[in-house]
Ligand binder design. Structure first.
Ligand code: CP
Ligand code: NVA
Length: 316
């Protein structure tokens, strides 16, 4: 069966853990897995800007022995003359996997429907699951484990990052709290899905508007831009709505003394986070950014192995 990765809960807790173990192994030995030797090609398509996702997939596909084919939707027929399904029918005959950064989650679902190669969500309006694999790897490195740790997301709960923390954190057995102003709380169906998963993994989910109540005892404090890609026209209204939902040194003090600060980047210093937090001693943002590479290599190697019904082959 072809495995896709469109949302954080497209993998079970055991599978997520297996991918993170593989990511840690590939971080130790960058060239240990070569599933794309040939080279086989992986297409990486962008409807939105990117630095980390673009570079980490390019480098990662090369390190897996493959050849990255990176292009924008605007320079292709996708999004204009051609549907995601027809695009998939063409690509699957030539490439070994497709990564797509887009707007609507439904486009990714259409691309994955019946596709004969793995389709990976490189960020949509709803979820950013590749980022979360990198974040969980970073939490494992700094906190030893994800299970039982408390993660607090302060900011736009309706965003891809807000939703992905809920789902991926629940799969990882974490206690996840999302704190947002009224009108920007996460979608109820995502909260419900995360709550069901957390009940099975020993985690928990809390959502609300009070930082003072929800950020207490955080092991991991996270935020993200107040103005996600595609929402630029709402910038002023969002800056006003999110005032009071900034991660400051006082907010960090609500968490545990050894809490870490994370941000998927790019960051708007002085808006969602103060410079003395993001550039301070508790911040692990550069490890988090590097881990995109190791986590996505593990993800691709794992999706290809599962889809080909083979074990993940590692040298040594
Ligand atoms: N965090 C993240 O996805 O960064 P890019 O937009 O630079 O890819
Ligand atoms: N929520 C942000 C994440 C950027 C990586 C956005 O969608 O723009």
């Amino acid at each position: 069966m072809i495995r896709h990765f469109l949302r954080d809960d497209d993998v079970t807790p055991a599978e997520q853990s297996e991918i993170l173990d593989l990511a840690a192994a590939l971080k130790q030995d960058r060239f240990a897995a070569r599933p794309l030797e040939g080279p086989q090609t992986v297409a990486v398509i962008f409807d939105k800007s990117s630095t980390r996702t673009r570079v980490s997939f390019h480098v990662g596909i090369s390190e897996l022995g493959g050849s990255p084919l990176i292009f924008t939707t605007a320079s292709s027929q996708l999004g204009g003359k051609e549907t995601p399904s027809d695009t998939a029918r063409v690509l699957e005959r030539m490439v070994s996997a497709v990564v797509w950064r887009t707007y609507a989650q439904s486009g990714l679902e259409q691309m994955a429907d019946g596709a004969r190669v793995p389709i990976v969500n490189g960020l949509s309006d709803d979820f950013h699951p590749c980022q979360l694999l990198a974040d969980l790897l970073t939490i494992r490195e700094h906190k030893g484990d994800t299970k039982g740790r408390k993660l607090v997301f302060v900011g736009d709960g309706l965003s891809n990052m807000g939703h992905s923390y809920l789902l991926a954190g629940a799969v990882a057995g974490m206690h996840v709290a999302v704190v947002s102003p009224e009108g920007y709380l996460p979608r109820q169906n995502v909260v419900d899905d995360a709550t069901k998963i957390a009940a099975e993994t020993g985690g928990s989910i809390a959502v609300g508007t009070s930082i003072e109540e929800l950020a207490v005892d955080a092991d991991v404090m996270v935020t993200d831009t107040w103005v996600s890609m595609g929402l630029e026209a709402e910038r002023q209204e969002r800056i006003e709505a999110f005032e009071g939902y900034r991660v400051t040194t006082d907010v960090m003090k609500l968490g545990k003394p050894d809490a870490i600060f994370m941000h998927c980047l790019p960051a708007d210093r002085g808006f969602e986070v103060d410079a003395d937090v993001i550039d301070g001693p508790q911040s692990v943002i550069w490890d988090e950014a590097e881990n995109r590479l190791h986590a996505q290599k593990a993800l691709l190697a794992w999706l290809l192995a599962k889809s080909r019904n083979e074990p993940v082959a590692l040298r040594g």
